[in-house]
Ligand binder design. Structure first.
Ligand SMILES: [Zn+2]
Length: 395
């Protein structure tokens, strides 16, 4: 009994000690806070309230009072850059990078930030110079990533290949898709400069790097076509069907043109009609429609679209159906247009208005939508993020 009472007395004592310890911590915190200038908290408050202008003013004041606080300078530099004030960001980071008393890791950090400032300011040479000084150390991989971005902007594909290879070992990440695309870019340059052998060599390397790359066979076809070897070109393009059929619509117009130049438009039509029965139909509809119209006139095109509407109804097929009908009626009509053809033309116009901007390629990384197909997204600069399939979105 006595024992239990003793413990009951001890309990408040333990709580009391805890309270004193907490108070001691609080006091210490308050005294530490006293060492920080008021402007620091003012700046922090502005930042939290998303008032970066006022935050910058407050932090500049702190930096003036205490020039030793490197963290604050880094924070300021980042704020300046984010707000597009690259000149001020460059000044802050330059000061840090040239400070003799700065420890090596922080100097490297400053160089890395400076490289990004220059890149943002469009001073690509200087950005490269700053980042290339970070070949080893904790910022090596990050600097290399920014350098790769820079080489892509500059279209320095050879340097981009080297940087991607180094990143592959530094980060243990796969860059083969990108490297194959850089080889394709070099091949395209060579093709434009009328150096087909160089182009073929680069495309061979692209395929070695990434056998799934579809741009290489497309470009190999282009090289053959440029040399006048249309059967060879067709062979490359049609082979895409066995590699990744989803990309066939990207070469459909090229295939039709090549068959046309060889006087074999019938073969092009057979090829397209066959594909319209599969799941690539929405992508190939326009090419098939145009080819049919050219070869068999409005009647043939109307029949093809009617067949397509029965098989796979879509707004686009309906639009082309009325276009073909209106074209047929216009060709038949000798005098003034009758009521029926006026009606057909009105429906066609309405549908055309509705479907004009319907189909768009969409980047799966950033959602950027584009009328043209891109291997590198203009929105987020990533490679092969567009599926070769356009999505229909009714506004
Ligand atoms: Zn994107």
């Amino acid at each position: 009994m006595m024992f239990e009472t003793w413990w009951l007395l001890a309990l408040p004592l333990v709580f009391g000690l805890g309270w004193m310890a907490a108070r001691f911590d609080l006091r210490q915190l308050i005294s530490e806070q006293g060492a920080l200038p008021r402007s620091y908290f003012k700046g922090l408050n502005f930042l939290l309230n998303e008032q970066p202008d006022q935050a910058i003013d407050a932090f500049v004041e702190v930096a003036r009072l205490d020039p030793e606080t490197t963290e604050l300078h880094f924070a300021l530099g980042a704020l300046f850059r984010r707000r597009g004030e690259t000149e001020r960001a460059i000044r802050v980071h330059q000061n840090l990078a040239t400070r003799p008393d700065l420890p090596e890791p922080e100097r490297e950090h400053a160089l890395y930030e400076l490289g990004q400032d220059y890149l943002r300011a469009g001073l690509l040479d200087r950005a490269e110079e700053s980042l290339r000084r970070l070949m080893s150390g904790p910022y090596a991989a990050s600097a290399k990533r920014v350098l790769l971005e820079l080489y892509e902007v500059e279209k320095e594909w050879l340097k981009a290949i080297d940087a991607a290879r180094e990143l592959q070992t530094l980060e243990q990440k796969d860059y083969r898709v990108q490297i194959a695309q850089f080889c394709c870019e070099l091949a395209q340059d060579a093709l434009q400069k009328k150096k087909p052998e160089d182009a073929i060599a680069w495309l061979g390397r692209a395929r070695e790097e990434n056998p799934a790359n579809v741009r290489a066979p497309i470009l190999l076809g282009d090289v053959a076509a440029a040399a006048g070897d249309l059967p060879g070109a067709l062979q490359h393009w049609l082979a895409i069907e066995s590699q990744d059929a989803a990309y066939l619509p990207l070469v459909a117009d090229r295939v039709v043109k090549a068959y046309g130049a060889l006087g074999e438009q019938g073969k092009a039509l057979d090829w397209l009609r066959g594909l319209l029965k599969g799941n690539l139909a929405p992508e190939l509809l326009d090419t098939a429609y145009k080819t049919e119209l050219e070869v068999n006139g409005p009647e043939g095109a109307t029949a093809l679209m009617r067949e397509q509407l029965r098989r796979q109804p879509s707004l686009l097929a309906l639009t082309r159906y009325f276009e073909a009908q209106a074209a047929g009626q216009a060709a038949d009509g000798t005098g003034a247009p009758d009521a029926q053809s006026q009606e057909t033309a009105a429906i066609r116009d309405l549908l055309q208005l509705r479907t004009r901007n319907l189909a768009r390629y969409t980047c799966r990384e950033c959602g950027f939508r584009a009328r043209l197909f891109y291997w590198q997204c203009p929105g987020c600069n990533r490679w092969e993020t567009y599926a070769p399939r356009r999505s229909e979105a009714l506004g």
